[in-house]
Structure formats: C-alpha cells, structure tokens
Ligand binder design. Sequence first.
Ligand code: UN1
Length: 497
Amino acid sequence: MADKLFKNFINGEWVESKSGETFENRNPADTDDLVGVFQKSNADDVKDAVDAASEAYKKWRLVPAPKRGEILYRVANRLLAEKEPCSQEMTREMGKVIAETRGDTQEAIDMTYYMAGEGRRLFGMTTPSEMPSKFCMTVRQPLGVCGFITPWNFPMAIPSWKSMPALMCGNTVVIKPATDTPKSVVNMVRVMHEEGIPPGVINLVTGSGGSVGQPLIKNDRVRVISFTGSTEVGRKVSESCAPTFKHACLEMGGKNVEIVMDDADIDLAVDGALWGAFGTTGQRCTATSRLICHKDVLDKVIKKISDRAAKLKVGNGLDESVQMGPCVNQDQLDTVLSYIEIGKNEDGARLVTGGERLTGGAYNKGYFVQPTIFADVTQKMRIWKEEIFGPVLSIGTFSTFEEAIEMANDTPYGLSAAIFTSDIKKAYIAMRDVNTGLFYVNAPTIGAETHLPFGGTKETGNGHREAATAALDVFSEWKSISVDFSGGLQRAQIDNQ
Ligand code: UN1
C-alpha cells in the first residue's frame, strides 16, 4: 500500500496534505485496480505551494533562459526514456488505449523539447527610434506565479503545454491536476525535480476543484491562471480572476464538425470521422461530434461508418488490440448515457449503431459504452448543439456548400473543424469561412501538433493560444525599453517634428 501513496510536491519535497485526508484513483476499465492514493488537499496546502513558488520566483526569473532550456532538454530526454511506463500508468488511470497514451506522453516530450529550444531564442525585437541616438527594443518579462488547473483527458500533455512555456519564460508554477488523473502529473513533476528544476519552481497539489482549485484562483500572488475544462467552469474561473485582473487563459468546450463534400474520398472521410469521433472515447475537446455530409453521399457514409463503428473493439486499453477504452468515470458515463437517451427521444433522430452501456464479464468492472451514431440529426436537436464528451456522433446533411459552412458555424463553440473534398477552391473557402481556431483539410478534427498554436474561438476560448510560440505570450508580458544616448533631453512627438 505504501508504494501506492502519492504526496503533494511543495518546495522540492514530497509532503502530505495538512488535511491528513486522501482519495483513491482507480482504473476506469477495471475498478478493482487501484492506481494510487493521493492527497485530498486544502487551502493551507495551496498557500504553502504559492509561498514556495513566490520565493523561488525571485531566483528562477534571473536564471539565464539558455540555462533554463538546458534543464528542460534533460527533462525531455528523461520523459522519452520513461515513455512506456508513464503511458502504461496513464492508460490505467485515464482509460484511453495504450497507443493513445503513448501519443499523449509523446506530446509532452515534443512540447518540452520545443520549449527547451526557446531557451536560446525567446526573441524580442529592436526597432528604430523616431529620434537620433536613441535605441528601442522589446523584451519578454515573466509574470510570477502561475496556477494551472488541468483536465483528465490529456493527463500529461496538457500539464506540459502549460508548464514548459511558463518555466521557460521564468515563471514558477503550482499545478492542480484533475482528480481522475493525478499520477501522470506526479510522474512529470518527479522527472522535472530529478532533472534539476530547483525547489519551489514547480509545485503540485492534488485534490478537488473546490478545495484546491478555488484557493489557487483566489490567491492574490498568483498572476496567471491557465485552465482547460468545460465552458461552464471556465466562465466562473474568468469571473474569479477579474477582480484582481489576474490573467486567465481558458481552453474550453467544442462541438467540432467534419464536412464531407460529394467529391470527397469517402473512405478517407470515414477513416477521419471514425478516428475523430471515437478516438479517446470521444473525450477530446477536439473530438468530431458532428458529421455533415452532402446529400448525394450521405447514405454511403452512414453505412460505411456505422458498420465500422459497430466493429470497434472496446475494452481495457492496456490490451494492444483494443480500439476504444471506457469513459473516464461514472459521472461521465452517466452523462453520455443521458445524451444517448436524449438522442433516442429527439423527434426525427435515428440511432444507427450503438446506444447501450456495455455490460457482462469484464465490462461490469468499468465504464464502457458502445460507439454510438445518430443520423438525421438537425440543427434544433440537443445532440447537435451540446458538447457530450463521449463516443456519440451526430450526422446531418446539406445540399449546397454554402449550407455546409452555415451548419459548421452553427455552434457557440469554435475549436476544430475539418473538410473532406478534392476541390481546392472549396477547401480554401472553408478554411477562410469556418470560424474555428483549428482547421483541417482531408484530415480529422483531432491531432494538433505542438508547434502550432492551439485554441478556439467564440465560447471555446478567451483569445489566448496554447503551444507554439503563442504560449509564450500567455506566460510573459512585453516590456518596451528605450535607451537615449544623445546626452540631451529629447521629447518624443515634439522635438523631432
Ligand atoms: C484536448 O482535447 O483538450 O489535437 C486536447 C488533439 C490533441 C490535443 C487535444 N493533440 O486532438
């Protein structure tokens, strides 16, 4: 049991919560499998972590960026060396299949190498002054302590998207991981510590949103909150940050669409929709939850995708032959099942495959549900409009390309969209007119790469982007510096006229 007890990480030490309480983390594919016991932390633990991060900031911000980068290179190498055990554990705590958790760990490795490279860039700019003998430049300055509230669907990748750029810019960090997936963050933080991130620079506090997330958001010394989760919670995070003008970077919901034109490679479009809708059991912000097909190819697409979905092997993701794992927990399963009921009762929607919880044998020990597809879904239906975050795909149809664009944009969200077509003109028009932060041509809505900005429009985000150099803008502020070496007073906008 002792080897299953995991602690908070504060000021370079593994420590128990002041509350003395713990919570269990169990495998959603087999609830007999206890992944670990974690600290049920409270506001006192958060205070200790923020104190440590504030103190460590004084020194870390002055460490030369190339040196910070060298540490991150070592962290990336170590994550690479530990990719397999980290991925195995991630499948056990989150449920997604092992090929996908290897992808998740890889995404963390990619992000760490990418940000390590920024150590020798972190470019600002120089620009001419309007006056003689005056030099103008911009530099990035860190903000201080950053607080992260991270989701369970990408247990290591998303914490890395936030941590690596924040540290590279010279900030210090307190992370509150999702209660369903703390082990992956424990693994990442352990590696960071062992490879030389100094005490206090990275801190980890496990526990619920109410008792850890809230005090973190409310703490005055935390200058940035980066949150990934639902739009509903994101709105509250934003409101809590507003009184102290704390920066809030919010990555929230999606209702992503794949458009299939009549000139598309249909098999490729079906491959894309199948992977986009049922990869990660549909539990990605980028998941394809709406598929809209030109009326001339609709029947063909419905037949092919429902045949393929019905054959997907659902089970424990540690089995390499399994193609779809369970929902992450009982609540998520209940939400998915309730949306399936809503779909069954929507006037006109037609269930074409799936629609049931999987039971019997090993299924009884997990939160398994069949890959589910509804056809004849129209824009008024709840399964068209609301994010389900599970393996449920809604198929609708259109007659004209203009209609397809209108339908694609008919959502409060704006994360990801895809078009399958062989017409380059339509591809470019869709690229221009579909209002999302991510757009794919002849590729599924999921699968963003770490060196491109990641985030969404409308109610998906609040204007920030994660990943790529865009992430540096979240974790630094520009300082514009002017050096006058003329020896005299030069008044801008006046003396040079
Ligand atoms: C998410 O679902 O929150 O683009 C992140 C993708 C992944 C990241 C998804 N690289 O699907």
